[in-house]
Structure formats: C-alpha cells, structure tokens
Ligand binder design. Structure first.
Ligand code: CKX
Length: 608
C-alpha cells in the first residue's frame, strides 16, 4: 500500500492546495557536483525557468537540450503560521525521471519514476510563519531498471547522452504542477468506489481509508447540487434509483462528498466527482453500461512546441476540441499516465481512456520502432540480472497509476505495457505478476491489456492469453510492405487476422496503433510514401481489414499529432504519423477519419 495519499489536490473547508507553479530558479549540474557543493542550500546562477514544463526546448544551446544528468530547481515559499498543527506536504505532479527534494537544506524525500505524483511530508521541517527554501534535483538518465527503459552513454568529451529504447523525446524536468498541501491530522487518505448498474438502479460500493479514527459521513450530490443519497461509515453500498449514468459524450458527474467528524467537529472534507458507469467484457464485446461500444480514437502524447511534455492547459483544450470535431470517443495515454487534468477533462467530456503505465522500451534495440514494426530483433528482455529490479519499479508505477486514476469514469481499461518482448518463456512470469497486481489494486476490476507489436504473433507470443482484450499495434503498409506493395501488405495483414481468428479466443480485439509517417508539406499524385495521399491509402486499406472482422471492436490511430523524438535517420524532426500536425492543424487524413467516425455508430458491430 502506498505510504501517501494520491487524492487530487483540492481546497475544501479543511484542506488547502496552493499551486507553486510559475518561474523557479534553475541550474544545470554540468559536472555532477551539485550535492558536494551543497546546492541543496541554494543553487548557483540567476537563471529561471517555468514550472510546469520540460526544460529542453527553451534554450538555443544544443548541449542544454541534450543534457543528461541532474538539473536543479529552487523556490522560496512562504508557509503561514495557520498551517501549524496540520500535516503539510509538497506534492509533485511528476518529476522526470527521479527527484530528491530538500527543504531548508535538509533532504525531505525522493521519488523514482517520472510520470506519476508523489508527496513529501514536510510537517516537521517547516519554519511556520516564515519563508522556506524548496530545492529539487531532477535526474533524467535512462536505464534498464526503471521504466521507460533506455540507456545512458558517455561521449568522448565526457558528456552523457540518453539513448531511449522508445520513440519519443526524453523530455524531463518538473513537467507537472507542484502544490503545497495542508490537511488535518486525521484525514481522508483514499477512496475506492465501484458500481453495478442495471436499467433503473445503480449500486455504489465505497470504502474510505483514513489516517485516524473518526465518524464518516457520505453525501452524494447531483449536478444541480441536490442531495441524491447519503450514508455513514467507512464502507458501504448506496442504492440509487433511476441514476444518471455516465455515458460516452454524455457525461454526468455526481459529487461524492466525504466528511470526517468527531462529535461536533469536522476533521476533514473531500469532494470527489464520480460518474456512475460499469465496464465489462462479454465474449468479443466491450460493454459500457451493458451496451456494446466501439473505440474510435488515438494513441496520443503529451507533447507540444516550446514546453515539450510539460502540461499545457491550452493544448489540452485544443486536443479535446479536435477529438470531438473528428468524431473520436477514446484515447490511450501512450506511453505513460498523463497529467491529472486530462482525466478530469475526459470525465467531463465523456471520453474513454485506456490508461497506460510508462512501461515502454521493454524490447531491446535502439531502433526499437523499426524492429518492432517488422517483427525483427526480438530478444529476451526478461532474463537479465536487472529484471527483478525492473519488475519492482514497474509494479510500483502500476500501483501509483491505479491508486491515482481508479475513480475516473473515463478510465475504462489499463494497459500494462507497450510493445514488450513477449515471445520468450521468461516474459510470462513477469507479465503474470503485473496482471494479477492490476486486478488486486482496482476496485472496479477494469479490463487489462498490453499493446502488442508484430513479433507478438498468435504463434509466438507467450502472454496474450492474460489480456482481457487484445490490443494490436500494426503497421502494414508502412514498416511492412509500403508504397507500391500496399496490396501485398493487405494480403499479409489478412493472413495474420485469419490466424488470430482461427484461435477462437472469444475476446475483443482493438487496434491500439496503426498509421504511416506523413509530411504535411508533401503531396503527390499518384502517391508515394510520406505524402498525404499515401497516408489516406494506408488508412483506407487498414479500415477495410478492420471492417471484415466482427471481433475487432475499436481503432486508435497512431498518432493524434506529430511529436518530437530523438533525432535519427528514421525521423524527420520527430515522428510524423500525426493525423494533426504538432501545431494541431489537420492533415488531409483528418477529413477522411472524420467522415468514417461520424458514420460509425458507438455500438458498431454491436449486434454481431
Ligand atoms: N509503436 C512498430 C510505438 C510508438 C512509435 C510507433 C512508430 C511504434 C511502432 C512500432 O511509440 O512511435 O514507430 O511510429
């Protein structure tokens, strides 16, 4: 069990959540001497940088952009006397990939893993009614004992360099909001909610974890602010007649209010927006509130100009507007859990999320995406001396993701890995531990899956039976048989699908990636690869195949928008498989997808 609470930071009668975003002091630790030189007491230089943001794309010096090692942040914060007697924390939305936090020169905490929040308890270290100095050193080195996997090499000039085993830029820093939190000594730490839904009734099961003994009062408010139900005690079931269900593009959010009391005293109050809905798999169907659904959408990235992977609320808004415009209903948080604001927006907008833990690059090859796309290069990734350490880091990130995201109605499935090497015997015990941990941690028992590249074929993959639905990343027409050979690609794709069909798995399949790199500047008739015309041909060919199989229950195009990657022969200033450009303008394919998705009903193939 996590030693701290991951409830989203809220201001209530009893809690304060103060954002510490803005300009922080910033220094690069070129020689790895920060700790020795006591930077925890105050960092050198006068540079400042925005938080939240990746540090890489602000500067004009390539050595800064490519810097691998420790970068240091510093901010003086005033902590009022009124917080004395409370429990006081610093909450980091993410520090990529690991951080050590100091308060007034003393180490206050540390965290490993770059895409999930953590709290640092500073209650006993604070100078109340005074300024306090927060210093954070953030390290962005990649290795094989933490996710995402990669390596760090040292160049002949002594500089380190990141070599990701994954296809997105190794952006890093304080990429999400930082908060100063205060809560009462006896506080709500965690809330578990699950539902059973029938035509005219919903059962809402809840369990509350607290940090001390108290009476617990629950009230459920509807969107008009009317109390719809109430209950008492740390766990129980609420029965709601004629509930407003949370549906795709028709979200309804209740407010689940928890109050801890001791006699007449209110100790703590927390309000959680919840959506009543049930997700289930039945045979080859994915059911939401007992009705079949078909996924239309994307694999995405948190990625935009200037701020890199830093959370950008304007880009978030634009992305949701584009997804609504094109007729999408879902996305996968490839390849790491996103900023919490994105899930809250999906809850409000009625989007479905496949939530992915940052387990990418568990496939050893520096040109991973090319080898993975063609089925070459599969070696054993899970029989190394480092495997047990990697597994621990993976399980910890999985726990943090599920604890953080389990109450979002938008989150309807967990993706436990992206394109791992799954063809040798040692992958199975590794995967089994992940799948069973996900089941144990999730009160809603959501479907679990992992996204499979092409060498994870019906004949060779040792792990697909663990998935509640099968998620395939397939690049027929691009990595496999592109250009004038596209007809051969279709044939080969259909052959693979026939082999899956022959297994009679009686499970839903979705395409969690498919696409083709396309430069928005390029047009040619007849088409050639990389042009907008060719991207359309690839999608039309793949859609024909998807439509031929009843058990295919969804399609998520790769990728929502062009995104930054490491430079190299295979990438033209980034991955260009976007349906939109990095600046969020449509390529021609966007209009083709819009036409298709607006015409595919939510329950497409639902009666098959
Ligand atoms: N899938 C065959 C993972 C993504 C990459 C995508 C690509 C690959 C394809 C693997 O992170 O960006 O190569 O476009």
């Amino acid at each position: 069990m996590l030693e701290y609470s991951l409830l989203y930071p809220e201001n209530t009668e009893t809690r304060t959540a103060q954002k510490l975003d803005g300009m922080w002091r910033f220094a690069i630790d070129w020689n790895g001497e920060g700790k020795e030189e006591s930077w925890q007491n105050g960092i050198p230089g006068r540079d400042t940088i925005p938080v939240p943001a990746s540090f890489q794309d602000f500067y004009t010096d390539k050595n800064i952009r490519e810097f691998t090692g420790d970068v240091w942040y510093e901010k003086d914060i005033f902590i009022p006397l009124s917080m004395k007697g409370e429990r006081v924390y610093l909450r980091f939305g993410a520090a990529t990939h690991r951080a050590v936090v100091y308060l007034n020169g003393e180490k206050a905490g540390e965290h490993e893993g770059g895409f999930l929040p953590f709290l640092v308890d500073i209650t006993k270290m604070v100078r109340y009614g005074n300024k306090n100095k927060v210093v954070v050193s953030v390290n962005n080195e990649l290795n094989e004992t933490n996710i995402p996997c990669g390596m760090t090499i040292t160049l002949s000039n002594g500089r380190k360099m990141s070599k990701p085993y994954f296809d997105f830029y190794n952006y890093s820093g304080l990429q999400r909001s930082v908060y100063l939190l205060s809560v009462s000594q006896i506080a709500i730490e965690d809330i578990d909610i699950s539902y059973s839904v029938s035509d005219d009734k919903a059962l809402i099961r809840y369990a509350i974890r607290t940090s001390g003994k108290a009476e617990t009062l629950i009230s459920l408010f509807d969107e008009e602010g009317e109390e719809a139900a109430s209950a008492e005690g740390n766990s129980g079931t609420i029965e709601l007649r004629t509930p407003h269900l949370w549906q795709v593009h028709n979200a309804y959010l209740y407010n689940f209010r928890v109050e801890l009391r001791s006699g007449d005293n209110t100790l703590d109050v927390y309000e959680l927006p919840i959506g009543i809905r049930e997700v289930r798999i039945e045979g080859t169907k994915i059911l939401l509130n007992n009705a079949p659904i078909y996924f239309k959408g994307f694999g995405k990235h948190e990625d935009s100009d200037i701020v890199g992977r830093g959370f950008n609320i304007g880009v978030m808004k634009r992305d949701f507007e584009l997804m609504k415009w094109i007729g999408a209903n879902s996305f996968r948080t490839s390849h790491y859990p996103y900023d919490e604001e994105i899930y809250r927006e999906a809850d409000r907008e009625g989007f479905l999320i496949i939530d992915e833990v940052p387990a990418v690059g568990l496939f050893e090859s520096l040109s991973n995406f090319l080898d993975a796309g063609t089925g070459k290069g599969a070696k054993s990734f899970f029989s190394k001396t480092t495997t047990p350490t990697l597994l621990n880091a993976h399980l910890k990130a999985l726990e943090e993701m599920i604890v953080r995201d389990k109450n979002h109605p938008s989150v309807i499935a967990w993706s436990l890995l992206n394109e791992p090497e799954s063809t040798d015997d040692n992958s199975l015990p590794y995967f089994e531990k992940l799948f069973s941990r996900a089941r144990d941690l999730d009160p809603q028992q959501r479907p679990r899956t992992f996204a499979m590249e092409v060498s994870s074929s019906p004949e060779r993959c040792k792990c697909y039976h663990l998935s509640d639905f099968i998620a395939l990343n397939r690049y027929y027409g691009w990595y496999i048989l592109g250009g004038y050979e596209i007809g051969e690609a279709e044939k080969k794709f259909r052959e693979e699908m026939e082999r899956w069909k022959a297994l009679s798995l009686n499970k839903p399949f979705i395409f969690s990636e498919y696409g083709a790199d396309t430069l928005s500047s390029e047009h040619k008739l007849p088409s050639v690869m990389w042009t907008q015309e060719y991207q359309i041909e690839v999608f039309e060919m793949l859609h024909r195949v998807f439509d031929s199989y009843d058990f295919v229950r969804g399609e998520q195009a790769w990728a929502f928008a062009d995104f930054q990657t490491t430079e190299g022969l295979m990438r033209v200033n980034g991955n260009k498989k976007g349906i939109f450009t990095r600046q969020r303008q449509p390529k021609d394919i966007a209009f083709v997808l819009k036409k298709r998705w607006e015409n595919l009903p939510l329950d497409y193939k639902g009666n098959l």
